[in-house]
Design a protein around this ligand. Structure first.
Ligand SMILES: C[S@@+](CC[C@H](N)C(=O)[O-])C[C@H]1O[C@@H](n2cnc3c(N)ncnc32)[C@H](O)[C@@H]1O
Length: 200
């Protein structure tokens, strides 16, 4: 059993906002300004947890949303909340294992506290997997912890601007990287990145 399975088993899902993220609308609108066709296309949410942002992305104009999480319990809980929402598909599995059918299948990725939940090489592996999921010109849209009151405590952890620039320095172009203080800031989260990187 992984650390993630244990956290779900004891319901230590401290990152969960019990609803869509307050910056999801800004993130979606920024994507739509960059590429209206991509924003209206097929979205993937890696590490979706309870998938609160899935129905909201559909409401904002996404054609379909696939939420995936490593832990079956997360998907069960998401299914109980949103299982009847049209064009929202939920499934469990390791997001870094990209199946043949999923290569270049998505227009946009919505990442909230997934990239920053990982550390070291796992971040590179995740970004590489995301590049495989996206079509050329596809958008990686993320809300990631920029600074936290206890940087050593996680996951999720904070991620620095320079780490993001290195991770998205290859086959990507960073279109937006803003530090925002108007998200769900609390005693732990001091600020979050609003990041959009385009796959070249
Ligand atoms: C910090 S939580 C964020 C959940 C959700 N995005 C949210 O904002 O509520 C990270 C999630 O990623 C999932 N996860 C971790 N590693 C994963 C992997 N390799 N593949 C798919 N999901 C993974 C965990 O089970 C957990 O639900």
């Amino acid at each position: 059993m992984s650390m993630w399975h244990e956290r779900w088993a004891v319901k230590k899902t401290t990152w969960d906002l019990n609803g869509p993220h307050p910056l999801t609308k800004s993130l979606f609108q920024n994507c739509a300004s960059l590429s209206p066709e991509k924003a209206k296309g097929r979205w993937l949410i890696p590490g979706c947890g309870r998938a609160h942002d899935g129905p909201y992305l559909l409401e904002l104009g996404a054609k379909s949303v696939d939420g995936r999480d490593l832990v079956p319990q997360a998907i069960d809980e998401a299914g109980r909340l949103y299982g009847s929402v049209a064009n929202l598909r939920l499934s469990s599995g390791d997001i870094t294992q990209v199946s043949y059918d999923d290569v270049c299948a998505f227009d946009c990725i919505f990442d909230r506290a997934m990239l920053c939940a990982l550390q070291g090489q796992a971040r590179d592996n995740y970004v590489n997997a995301c590049a495989q999921y996206l079509k050329p010109g596809g958008l990686f849209a993320s809300l990631a912890f920029a600074s936290t009151s206890q940087p050593e405590v996680g996951p999720p952890f904070q991620i620095t601007r320079s780490e993001i620039e290195v991770l998205f320095g290859g086959n990507w172009r960073i279109e937006c990287l803003e530090e925002r203080f108007d998200g769900p800031c609390d005693q732990k989260i001091l600020s979050e990145w609003l990041l959009i990187a385009q796959k070249l």
